[in-house]
Design a protein. Sequence first.
Length: 543
Amino acid sequence: MPVQTVATQPYTDQKPGTSGLRKKVKVFQQPGYAENFVQSVFDSLENFEGETLVVGGDGRYLNREVIQIVIKMAAANGFCRVLVGQGGILSTPAASNLIRQYGAFGGLVLSASHNPGGPDEDFGIKYNVGNGGPAPEKVTDAIHARTLAIDSYRISDAADVDLDTVGTSELDGMTVEVVDPVAAYADLMETLFDFGAIRAMIAGGFTLSFDAMSAVTGPYAAEIFERRLGAPAGTVQNGTPLPDFGHHHPDPNLVHAKDLYDRMMAANAPDFGAASDGDGDRNLIIGRHAYVTPSDSLAVLAANAHLAPGYASGLKGIARSMPTSGAADRVAEKLGIPLFETPTGWKFFGNLLDAGLATICGEESAGTGSDHVREKDGIWAVLLWLNILAVRKESVADIMADHWATYGRNYYARHDYEAIAKDKADALMGALRGKLGALPGTGNSGGTIKAADDFAYTDPTDQSLSRNQGVRILFEDGSRVVFRLSGTGTEGATLRVYIERYVGTEGDLAMETATALAPLIAAAEEVAEIKGYTEMDRPSVIT
Ligand code: VG1
Ligand code: CO
């Protein structure tokens, strides 16, 4: 019998987080662990018989093995076709694009994104629905419920599929199509941006450096920046996806992309630097001697998007996650378009994009994207910046200065306290929630507190309600401090503290961020007793 039904026991720890199920590789290597989760995904879906499933991952350790499992289970469960990236590779935005382009039923994206990879590090599985975006909460809740009840999974016992040769084969009556992971995505980018103008800018001496962090964007960046846009070989650094990302943490921030940062701050820095994360959906933007915070980047991209052909007719709206700074709000106000504030995680943008309410979305965690796919998209953000630079013919630093002079500046930082004890993290958040009602009207180093709440979001398209999405302390002058626990970590808990202060166009727009935020950083400590609960006297990462 080609299809086997295998008896299994539920695992109790398969609740998807902010972006899919993420666990240590060793956890995924337990018997039936990946199979249980994949079967639970299929069990919670309906009417996919005869449909197409897209599968691919960021190339991390275990990627190929789990892709073989997914293909054999898709065949055993009745999918008609699986599309898989050659070598098992698909960046998250490229997977989203393929789902949309082929009208697939959905897709499984294998990645733990910015988390490190390797036998002792992290792996992940995320299900994306037919619009190409991450499954909404009602789907992930159903998947989780199923993982707690599952007693068998279905899998074909056919031989492994050759993932390295582009072409079509059969597996138990199901078609397996191995596709070039880059081509369709690169073609899509050419429809959105003025490649001719960017190519001319590069030919005219504009220099750039892209750090793929030994993760999935290497092949995409080489094709787009070096081959299609004519940047010299070597523009893309760390361009080969490695199962352990070269022992690095593929998180494009100032700590983990320090090489790029140092290059961009050096005397002979290139004009433009960028990096992306494990699965290619994040972006770090650094101009020559000018770091751009992700929140500012979202605002600048929104304010200038009309300069790129794909957005020439303007934006319908902007959406940002709640902890992302309000810089984009000021742009939306000036453009006269709506601004949506959602909980953290790209899954909350899908409905807004589908409904045509928002065109551009972003998160403070270095995610920016648009309605071209239903995921955040690192290379897209880089290309939009390049298109804007090619049209405006100004430096990144000048564009930032001009932006702040027009809109004022939202000074912003995120402090992460990583790998703290889960009970301590829960106690900190519990204590904070317990005192929310008493805070308004009181004062501390940050000034007078105007309001304090636990963010809740009602989706304007389907009225679904998401509660407990982060504690907000809002001050009278518009400053704020936000606290939430990460939903992507695999070790203990991570506390994220988001700190923001707005300075208007008449104020000092050239302060050091740490100086501008010092009173609010003190206020965060006073309100939440971070040192006491975390037993850490400083954050592990500041971005
Ligand atoms: C983090 C970020 C969030 C992002 C998520 C997935 O989640 O804060 O903005 O959407 O990662 O990004 P959390 O729950 O750890 O704060 V990725 O590139 O890891 O898919
Ligand atoms: Co990612």
